[in-house]
Design a protein around this ligand. Structure first.
Ligand SMILES: Cc1cc2nc3c(=O)[nH]c(=O)nc-3n(C[C@H](O)[C@H](O)[C@H](O)COP(=O)(O)OP(=O)(O)OC[C@H]3O[C@@H](n4cnc5c(N)ncnc54)[C@H](O)[C@@H]3O)c2cc1C
Length: 383
């Protein structure tokens, strides 16, 4: 860990704002490609304190559009490769997804190795689905579950051993474009935002601060619009479900998912409530809502499970629900790694690879880049 006060006035090739999965994966990928002058600024005192530490850890490749699916497939491939060097990073449990063409189009499924399962086969894996009315089900053998703290740890290790640096408790403030080229970034104390603790310089900046990205960037004259939504996860005892190796299961139609987590079960009732960065509440009681939601599939089998703990996390979306990645044509040297919605764990390494490529000069495909078409906003220039 690097203290910003000791770095004040120093110039880096790249500064990454945000030490969640998007920021760390980008920084680690840059290091592995020979760019060693990197500083990650993270306002919290640990990596992944927000969305990256408050998710379900599912690796799901089939997504709601083919472009996102492509990144998810690449992300899952990179996770499996990393697992070879990082034991127990990934468990290839496979997945059962109950869905239809409104949720996952055929053009997404065409990219993912899968089989369609009969209702009987689904019930063989999950006999507890007492009230499930049936539906189209897909088995994806290469999906699974990732140990997110391990992934964050391995990215930190790669970054630091590659010569990069991370400052925790250091919040990036206003970014100024310098006439001489590059940027000057005010750095504030993460716990008392009014206190400036230093100013650093860099040639390129990567914005990877999740739910805070819109507000942060607008303050520097680079407006974008993002929607921040809240979703809960709930840990229950395993009850009659027992402890068995089973694929995780997700009903896109009914809006819930379930995976095993040690001796317990992790559920989500797939809430999607509009919120603001850092405001973590839901309009209804999480456990009550979950019990009601799963009733139509699990019948009484879900109702008797005791809740052990729960949390709420944030998912951040662009209006078209696609990520915002790579160079911004409004400002030389400004790159995005935001809007990862509900796929940021699966895609983290693919996002890192792609954004690092953009920093190193690759073109950004229009699907991911900032454009007037995607972001209706008044673009101002940095001053
Ligand atoms: C309940 C839930 C379940 C999910 N389940 C899954 C799943 O199973 N599979 C999957 O693929 N995805 C899942 N997701 C989505 C995934 O968690 C996110 O897409 C991903 O974590 C986003 O990572 P990020 O790095 O963009 O954001 P974050 O992890 O939020 O990182 C942003 C970081 O920026 C920091 N920051 C903010 N402002 C500043 C500043 N000014 N200066 C410095 N640092 C700053 C923040 O402290 C934060 O650490 C889930 C999300 C939720 C909420």
């Amino acid at each position: 860990m690097t203290s910003v006060s000791g770095l004040s006035g120093e110039r880096f090739e790249v500064v990454v704002v945000g030490g969640g999965l998007a920021g760390l994966a980008t920084a680690a990928s840059l290091c592995s490609q020979g760019c060693h002058s990197i500083l990650v600024l993270e306002s919290e005192t640990v990596p992944g304190a927000h969305s990256s530490g408050k998710n379900a850890g599912l690796v799901r490749q089939a997504a709601e559009d083919p472009q996102t699916t492509k990144l998810c497939v690449r992300g899952a491939e990179l996770i499996r490769q990393r697992h070879q060097q990082c034991p127990d990073l990934f468990r290839q449990s496979g997945s059962l997804i109950i869905s239809d063409g409104n949720h996952v189009p055929a053009s997404s499924w065409a990219q993912v190795e899968h089989q369609c399962l009969s209702e009987d086969e689904v019930r063989r894996h999950y006999p507890e689905l007492q009230a499930w009315p049936g539906g189209q089900a897909y088995w994806t053998p290469t999906d699974g579950i990732i140990d997110v703290p391990k992934l964050l740890g391995s990215l930190m290790e790669e970054l630091v051993s590659g010569g990069g640096a991370v400052s925790f408790g250091a919040a990036a403030g206003r970014v100024r474009y310098l006439d001489s080229g590059g940027f000057q970034i005010e750095v504030h104390d993460g716990s008392s935002r009014n206190r400036i603790i230093g100013e650093i310089l860099c040639n390129q900046v990567v914005i990877a601060n999740g739910a805070w990205a819109a507000e942060f960037s607008a303050a520097s004259g680079m407006p974008i619009s993002l929607n921040v939504t809240n979703r809960g996860c709930l840990i229950t005892e395993s009850g009659g479900f027992g402890i068995q190796e089973r694929p995780w299961i997700w009903s896109d139609l009914a809006g819930w998912y379930l995976r095993q987590m040690g001796d317990s079960l992790l559920w989500s009732a797939c809430e999607e409530e509009e919120s603001a960065a850092g405001v973590l509440n839901l309009s209804t009681d999480l456990a009550d809502y979950w019990r009601e939601k799963v009733k139509s599939s699990w019948g009484s089998s879900g109702q008797s499970l005791n809740c052990l703990s729960s949390w709420v996390g944030q998912r951040t979306f662009c209006a078209d629900r696609k990520f915002l990645l790579g160079a911004d044509s409004r400002c030389d040297g400004w790159h995005w790694a935001v809007g990862l919605g509900g796929h940021g764990v699966t895609c983290a390494l693919a996002v890192g690879e792609r954004v690092a490529g953009s920093v190193l000069g690759d073109d950004t495909p229009a699907d991911w880049a900032w454009s007037e078409d995607r972001f209706v906003s008044s673009s101002k220039s940095l001053s």
